[in-house]
Design a binder for this molecule. Structure first.
Ligand code: NAP
Length: 259
């Protein structure tokens, strides 16, 4: 399928590894030039070089913390006039409901709610002027089914979801769509680090921890960054102009719900 976005420009945040990289790769495969961001310059430059070599698109890199004011300003300066925005950042740490004080909540809200909102507010005027734009926010399956130990994430991502629900309907008539992608368990560094935590806590091997978790997923396996990226590229495509304000769950059937 021709996604109809060859020659467009996308900002992909937190995209040197994992799900963000999956999105960047799939957009590049569709012929989209990229502004690619992550904090660590080494992995970022390596990913950018691989994407350039594989897909022949232009990739500008900005090594910066997307959750900081300065980092965001640097990224947005390089991404002036983008047609596509993919927001992403690391998730907040796990814990118990009684662990967190106001500062912990402010940090989580900053990273996983206010950062994507600030990015959307920065790029929306340009997209509206052009009469075309696509925004995809990487959130979490925890928006549909809470993950008890991720209370900070559950809270911040629910706030972002509420903002998107209303805003997507305000900009849809201008040719701009905003949707969220909700990952369940995917085989990324984050999944390995969560499995490592379980293996240490339960005194089992990393493989056993993974097998245990795979058994909770009807598909019987973790998702891949490639699968995730393909859905992102479709949502950013010409074909997806009628998909507005949706929360697309990619979890291998793990959330047991009819709707
Ligand atoms: P990952 O494999 O650990 O990759 C994270 C990427 O984001 C890396 O490129 C990292 O590079 C970059 N990054 C992290 N914090 C950043 C920041 N503050 N500014 C700029 N770049 C940043 O993680 P992932 O599994 O792809 O997860 C992506 C998001 O999806 C996270 O919010 C996670 O909570 C959520 N999620 C993931 C899963 C899953 O199973 N994988 C499930 C549900 C939700 P640097 O470290 O160099 O900055």
């Amino acid at each position: 399928m021709d996604l109809g976005i060859k020659g467009k420009r996308a900002l992909v945040c937190a995209g040197s590894k994992g799900l963000g990289r999956g999105c960047a790769e799939a957009l590049a495969e569709a012929g989209v030039d990229l502004v690619l961001n992550a904090r660590g310059a080494e992995a970022l430059e390596a990913t950018a070089a691989e994407i350039r070599a594989k897909h022949g698109v232009d990739v500008v890199t900005v090594a910066a913390d997307i959750t900081s004011d300065e980092g965001r300003a640097a990224v947005l300066a390089a991404a002036d006039g983008v047609d596509i925005l993919v927001t992403n950042a690391g998730g907040p740490p796990p814990g118990l409901w009684s662990d967190w004080d106001r500062d912990d909540f402010i940090a989580a809200l900053d990273a996983n709610m206010l950062t994507p909102i600030a990015l959307m507010q920065a790029v929306l005027p340009g997209m509206i002027d052009k009469g075309w734009g696509r925004i995809v926010n990487i959130t979490s399956g925890s928006v549909k089914a809470p993950i008890p130990q991720l209370g900070l994430s559950n809270s911040a991502r629910a706030g972002l979801t509420g903002f998107v629900a209303g805003t997507a309907r305000q900009v849809a008539g201008k040719g701009v769509t905003i949707n969220n992608m909700l990952p369940g368990i995917h085989a990324t560094d984050r999944a390995i680090s969560l499995d490592t935590g379980v293996s240490k806590a339960q005194g089992i091997s990393l493989d056993e921890a993974k097998t245990q978790r795979e058994a909770t997923i009807p598909a019987g396996r973790y998702g891949t960054a490639e699968e995730f990226g393909a859905m992102c590229a479709f949502l950013c495509s010409e074909k997806a102009g009628f998909v507005v304000g949706q929360n697309i769950l990619l979890d291998g059937g793990a959330v047991n719900a009819t709707l």
